[in-house]
Design a protein. Structure first.
Length: 309
């Protein structure tokens, strides 16, 4: 198995079913799962322990998740997920559609609270503070956890007002403070040079890639402890995708980043640690290089090499 080449914005292709001798033929999701004892156990409703690489032990964690479960009504979407998201690094969540990646991501800032049928149990902490609990102020929590969605969602207001929105709602009125925060955030998002002469223009006048970087600038303006990215490049072209990937590398260290992506090459390029999910379970979690080059489980290898999913 070889690591994916550094080509930006290019999706992984499934291996050819008519592969030459010595090369594995492509498997459908169903056939791959049917050949797996782990997937068979999961299909019976069993909960299995995550294969967590020993090299992750002892890392300074910003987000700690232990035995976390989530239900949409009677349907369970997350099954006893446990993982620690290391400080200052990029952690990617990968897995087939519907495996619970975005659901888990949205649990970190309690976006799933907006769905009436959702209930959870287990533990989730942000820098030692419980994320779930009766005493938690969800508005304050979301100030600590910035989020960027699949499609750019700038507010219908000026570029400037988009960036400083979180400061405005906190009551900041000092123009010099707002201007400093706007410049710092746009520079952090790699958009300052393109936007500094257009701050009073509508954010909707920006291109799609610029809008997504604006949304990142808006997210980091409040200086969050964690930045959540939910498929941030799925609506962008390859060039804009490359800009966002470069930006992720520039932001890591200053921010802890948790990203959901379907693009295996993107996960391999941008993240330090990778978590493979399947049917609401966290199957394997380890350093990205190990997940792609030396996974402990055959199921993980089959997924990252495109044999199913």
């Amino acid at each position: 198995m070889s690591v994916f080449p550094p080509q930006k914005g290019v999706a992984v292709t499934t291996p050819d079913a008519d592969a030459p001798p010595g090369q594995p033929a492509a498997l459908s999701g169903a056939s791959a799962a049917s050949k797996s004892a782990i997937f068979a156990a999961i299909s019976r409703g069993e909960t299995l322990p995550t294969e967590t690489h020993a090299s992750l032990a002892g890392m300074d964690a910003v987000v700690e998740i232990e035995g976390f479960n989530l239900w949409y009504g009677a349907a369970q979407a997350l099954h006893s997920v446990s993982m620690a998201v290391p400080r200052g690094m990029v952690t990617s969540l990968i897995g087939p559609s519907g495996c619970g990646k975005s659901t888990l991501l949205r649990c970190v800032n309690r976006m799933n609270d907006l769905i009436d049928s959702v209930r959870v149990d287990g533990s989730m902490r942000l820098n030692g503070d419980p994320i779930y609990g009766k005493a938690v102020d969800v508005i304050e929590l979301r100030k600590r956890v910035g989020m960027v969605f699949q499609k750019p969602n700038p507010f219908p207001m000026s570029i400037f007002e988009n960036v400083v929105y979180s400061l405005r709602i906190d009551g900041e009125r000092d123009r010099s403070v707002l201007e400093e925060a706007c410049e710092k955030s746009l520079k952090g998002a790699g958009l300052w040079n393109e936007a500094k002469e257009r701050l009073d223009e509508s954010a909707l006048s920006l291109s799609g890639g610029q809008q997504q970087r604006l949304c990142i600038a808006r997210a980091i303006a409040g200086d969050p402890e964690v930045l959540l990215l939910d498929e941030p490049c799925s609506a962008l072209d390859p060039i804009a995708t490359g800009r966002i990937e470069d930006l992720i590398q520039e932001l890591k260290g200053a921010y802890t980043i948790l990203i959901v992506t379907h693009n295996m090459q993107q996960a391999a390029r941008t993240s330090d640690t990778t978590a493979f999910m399947y049917l609401g379970r966290l199957i394997e979690y380890g350093p990205t290089e190990d997940i792609f080059l030396h996974p402990h489980l055959k199921e993980t290898e089959d997924y990252v090499t495109g044999r199913f999913g």
